[in-house]
Write a new protein. Structure first.
Lengths: 472, 169, 459
């Protein structure tokens, strides 16, 4: 029996059909107005405070342990903004329609990775060298790192290169995904926006071949971004945390780090969707469907966070070797035990309990609350990991010669400059995204158009259903 | 109310089946006393049928509670009953107990869910009532439960919608 | 390319019940052939119980050899079912439909097979009872819940029970179809087995909700099972190469890699043996191959982490083990075969659309993957044990005995025989999913192009 005979047309009264998207392209977020401008000025002020913090951090520099909070802040930013673009590509590869309106919000996170790459440079000067004590111990005695027998510039140079590559691929992806929207701005915008639209659209007029190219480029940059993100997390988490602690040998840690990147990326996108609805006037384009779908993924990554944590923990707990016990003590049960339990509740227990309820996932308020809690929790988690690692070894000789953490460091507390940094740098990240959205529409116009083209409300016998086309 | 008759009208197209359901509704048969039988799931409400409510989601919670209780009894009980230290672990090794507790919790949830599915589907019920084996071949069955006094009316409505055959049980 | 064909329910019943309502000519001889191998395997087990584990190649210090490798292998294969069934159900992937039943079935039968190996490996399997059951109040000795070896029966028991129930619930509508197509004692059997299925909206709705709810419950179990199996090794600091935190996800992803490949093998066989060309189409192999590329790459990243961290520790014994595993005869040969068959040959081939849509190529590459994945487990388990340890006073290299090879062969014959027996009484491709797919998919015309479309219910 052919299904087609059971389908009859139904009136298409979706709100997005009523309003012309050209308006959106031309004028951007007119609803935002002065409130947004004030908020951006506030972010700019906070960013300045962040830089003040960095300057004073340099002046009051007593060694590596002083830079733990700085490293944690950068790691947190990488976790959020590095992970967000994955939301734009992963569901898109599986041909999920709901992702289209949020792909833009998610992909813009890539802009911040470039800033992180630059902000990382001061930290590199604080790295212990691979063979710092070669005149004492000989050239073949090195501290443990995944760079093994490389030259001394190894972790420094490669880390900058890797993070810059990630940023480049991410920005390329975000740009490619925005080209048709630049064309719309060129055709419908005015003033400086139109000029920029024209430059950035690079002669895109929607010819079939151009669309083919576009699809292919999105696919390639997307796959590359995923690979680069995994690789960046691998090197970043090892160089900036694991290898600074003698005896910490955790082959799962890079993946734990990556999973929380996905978790944070989804959480960031959910909050972005909420903000776009609340202040951006995007209620017609993003809503329940996106919250519901993103919420499911956020719940899954929340469960995975616990799975990855526990998989490491149980191996250390059973191993009970001196280095195993020291690792547990440093990261879990020792100087940061209260922080650990806070993280455990904020990243796992509370969001899990919020998100298992269908009614909450199906609302526009539930997922943002859980997302906000997760982001705070992950910040504390990064503090737990990075501050502990950076405070672990004041003595580099020990790092090169022992495989057990001998002296358990005390709990580190942030000073006022750390607070400046922790507030200022994320503000800078957010500001950079908001600045870009002055030109680039917050939701992807062409993706919404395509979504409208291939989905259609119809009647199936006596019921109302939706017909969703699956283009190749 | 014990329905004494079950009447089945058999249709060769879904459209005719939907018409029969409409007819029964306008003839004043109570929602829930007539139903559509199909060999394949259709979108909900495709025949304008009564959409049943269920409480399946309660079952896994109940099962999980039973599972975790059993797990705690088993793990704590065996360790306390034979308290010998192995591998330097404490007698009540929470992280090991957690693993068994997790498995039994999930087992309880799954078993209870399956019980729930069968119960909520109102199975087992080996008495099929008025039924035709062609339903699993793509024909649409519309079945009405009614008292003797409305039997003829029901047959009439089913016939008007173009039933190929009408069966009573 | 449009591969979907419009089929009415009558045709679907007729074609998919081909193996149930009639017996294909090849069926009986094949089952008998497999039965011979199975009986031979049981005889070998009998010999082993009678003579003791000395008839195997197991000896100091390698006490975990082919049996445990094969146990891990079959637990790995069992991860096909839930991966395909649950994840694809939750993501509403339309192409899952012909695959789910076979995948779930593979889960159940491979778990049943996996269970045999630790039992026979114990030498006196009846004593396993003491090990997991808290019954012996007279002596006051109880199972040790702190031992990872006790976690296994719980994990596998849960997974086996869960997936069997999952399989049965999804089988209910099809049992109704069989009831309507059979007579005599068969009809009575299917009537009882289908519990009186009628196909009213309540039952269909529960069937749909059940699919999603059970998938959501089975997924966390699926992840836990192979993680727990991996902890049999990973929590042991004494054996080099085992004490690695990445083991849990590494085993799970490896299991998905081998399990999904096994589903590919099985689907190709089903298409060839029962002629189900209308249902198992090249597009399904294409989709599975794309999934496999992602899984295989994730697996490679985890393998890389596992190896790199072995060397990262800079500890001499760990480095020596890695050197042995990769560069010393005969392990180096096994390592090369493992890497070539598990990744380097099949994955690059799957990048080509022509390969993905070629069923014979998919069949052979999926078999390659499983050769590689068996070797992977062997290379994880045995080399670490065969190295000289502080408290080992004699040691010998491990030679797999003919009896062990015989039991490996038995396991394959056993799984295939169970599958074929199942295929005689129950449909291997879910009828109702196929019919549902006919209702829920259609074509949509956009301009001059016609593209496949699915019907989604509104909330």
């Amino acid at each position: 029996m052919a299904t087609t005979s059971l389908i009859t047309d139904a009136p298409d009264d979706r709100p997005s059909n009523i309003e012309s998207t050209a308006l959106l392209a031309g004028e951007g977020r007119t609803a935002a107005g002065t409130g947004l401008k004030r908020f951006m000025w506030l972010l700019a002020a906070l960013s300045v405070i962040g830089f003040v913090g960095i300057v004073f951090r340099f002046i009051n520099d007593d060694g590596r342990q002083d830079w733990g909070f700085y490293a944690a802040t950068l790691a947190w930013m990488l976790t959020i903004f590095g992970g967000a673009p994955m939301v734009a590509i992963a569901p898109a590869l599986a041909k999920a329609n709901w992702v289209r309106p949020v792909a833009r919000i998610a992909s813009l996170g890539a802009i911040v990775t470039a800033i992180i790459a630059l902000l990382m440079i001061p930290l590199l000067f604080k790295f212990p060298a691979l063979t710092q004590f070669s005149e004492v111990l000989g050239d073949d005695v090195r501290r443990r790192s995944i760079w093994f027998d490389s030259r001394d510039y190894a972790p420094h140079f490669w880390n900058v290169l890797i993070l810059l590559t990630l940023a480049l691929v991410g920005i390329a992806m975000a740009y490619v995904m925005a080209i048709p929207d630049f064309a719309a701005i060129r055709d419908h915008g005015t003033g400086w926006k139109q000029r920029w639209g024209k430059k950035l659209a690079r002669g895109f007029y929607g010819r079939p071949q151009q669309w083919e190219w576009l699809k292919m480029r999105i696919g390639i940059t997307g796959a590359l971004y995923f690979a680069m993100l995994l690789y960046t997390n691998f090197t970043f988490s090892l160089d900036f945390a694991v290898s600074l602690v003698p005896g910490w040998k955790d082959s799962l840690f890079p993946f734990y780090h990556t999973i929380s990147t996905f978790q944070a990326g989804i959480a960031f996108t959910i909050i972005g969707v909420w903000a776009a609805r609340r202040w951006g006037g995007m209620n017609k384009y993003v809503g329940h469907e996106q919250m519901w779908s993103l919420g499911k993924f956020m719940l899954a990554t929340t469960l995975l966070w616990f799975y990855f944590f526990y998989s490491s923990f149980i191996v250390f707990w059973y191993g009970r070797s001196e280095s195993d016990s020291a690792t547990i003590k440093l990261l879990v049960s020792g100087p940061y035990i209260y922080l650990f339990w806070t993280v455990f509740f904020l990243v796992f227990i509370i969001p899990w309990w919020i998100m298992i309820w269908n009614k909450v996932r199906d609302s526009v308020w539930g997922p943002p609350i859980a997302a906000f809690i997760i982001l705070i929790g992950l910040f504390l988690d990064r503090i737990r990991i990075y501050v502990a690692s950076w405070s672990a070894v004041p003595d580099d000789l020990e790092l090169a010669t022992t495989s057990i953490l001998q002296d358990m460091p005390d709990t580190m507390w942030p000073d006022v400059f750390d607070v400046f940094i922790m507030v200022g740098l994320p503000a800078l990240g957010l500001l950079s995204i908001l600045l870009v959205t002055r030109l680039v529409p917050l939701v992807s116009l062409w993706e919404i158009q395509q979504s409208r083209l291939i989905t259609k409300p119809v009647r199936f016998l006596r019921s109302h259903v939706q017909l969703v086309g699956k283009p190749d | 109310m014990a329905a004494s008759n079950s009447v089945l009208g058999l249709y060769d197209t879904p459209n005719a089946g939907a018409d029969a359901m409409d007819g029964l509704k306008s003839a004043g048969f109570e929602l829930g006393t007539f139903d559509v039988l199909t060999g394949t799931p259709y979108p909900e409400g495709a025949f304008g049928e009564y959409v049943p409510q269920h409480r399946l989601f309660r079952f896994p919670f109940f099962g999980a509670m039973v599972g975790i209780t059993l797990a705690i009894l088993f793990t704590a009980g065996t360790q306390l009953a034979y308290p010998v230290i192995t591998g330097g672990k404490p007698i009540l090794a929470v992280f090991a107990m957690l693993i068994i507790a997790y498995e039994l919790t999930m087992l309880g949830a799954v078993v209870a869910t399956v019980v729930g599915i069968i119960f909520e589907s109102r199975l087992p019920n080996l008495n099929l009532g008025a039924y035709d084996t062609r339903i699993t071949e793509g024909y649409i069955g519309v079945v009405v439960e009614c008292e003797d006094d409305r039997l003829e009316e029901a047959r009439g409505v089913l016939q008007t919608a173009g039933a190929l055959e009408i069966k009573t049980a | 390319m449009q591969q979907r064909r419009i089929l009415d329910e009558f045709t679907v019943n007729h074609e998919l019940l081909r193996g149930n309502l009639a017996t294909p000519k090849w069926w009986l001889p094949t089952v008998l052939g497999l039965l011979v191998v199975v009986l031979f395997g049981f005889t070998l087990m009998g010999i082993m119980f009678n003579r003791g584990l000395g008839v195997t190649g197991l000896s100091r210090p390698v006490y975990w050899g082919l049996f445990i490798t094969t146990f891990v292998f079959w637990v790995g294969i069992s991860h096909a079912g839930i991966m395909i069934s649950a994840i694809l159900r939750l993501t509403q992937a339309e192409w899952r439909r012909p695959v789910t039943r076979a995948a779930e079935l593979l889960t159940v039968f491979s778990l049943l097979t996996a269970l045999f190996f630790p039992l026979i490996h114990a030498g006196r399997p009846w004593r396993i009872f003491y090990w997991i059951t808290p019954y012996d109040f007279a002596r006051g000795i109880f199972p040790n819940a702190r031992s990872p070896l006790v976690w296994d029966p719980f994990a596998i028991g849960t997974y086996l029970t869960g997936s069997t129930l999952f399989l049965y619930v999804a089988l209910l509508p099809d049992l109704g179809v069989l009831r309507d197509r059979t007579t005599g004692w068969k009809r009575s059997f299917y009537t009882v087995a289908s519990l009186g299925w009628r196909g009213n909206p309540r039952q269909w709705r529960l069937q749909t909700v059940a699919g999603i709810l059970l998938s959501a419950l089975m997924l966390p179990i699926f992840v836990s099972v192979h993680s727990i199996v991996s902890w049999d090794f990973a929590v042991t600091p004494a054996v080099e190469g085992w004490h690695s935190t990445v083991f849990a996800p590494y085993f799970v992803v490896g299991a998905v890699h081998s399990g999904v490949s096994a589903v590919v093998t099985m689907m190709a066989l089903m298409r060839w043996l029962w002629g189900w060309d209308n249902y198992i189409r090249p597009e399904h192999f294409d989709a599975l191959a794309r999934l496999l590329i992602v899984v295989a790459c994730a697996w490679l990243a985890l393998t890389f982490a596992e190896l790199i961290f072995g060397v990262y520790s800079l500890e001499a014994p760990e480095r020596a083990l890695r050197e042995m595993q990769m560069f010393e005869w005969p392990w180096n040969l096994l390592f090369i075969i493992f890497f070539l068959t598990g990744f380097a040959i099949p994955v690059p081939l799957w990048f080509f659309k022509r390969v993905r849509n070629n069923i014979a190529m998919m069949f052979w590459t999926s078999i390659l993957v499983n050769i590689g994945m068996w070797l992977e487990r062997f290379l994880i388990i045995v080399p670490g044990l065969s190295r000289k340890q502080p408290f080992v006073f004699t040691w010998d290299s491990y030679q797999v005995s003919p009896l062990e090879w015989g039991l490996l062969l038995w396991s394959f014959a056993w799984v295939m025989m169970l599958m074929l027996l199942f295929s005689k009484f129950f449909p291997l491709i879910p009828l109702f999913e196929t019919k549902e797919s006919q209702v829920f998919t259609t074509d949509v015309q956009i301009g001059r192009v016609t593209m496949p479309a699915v019907i989604r219910e509104l909330d």
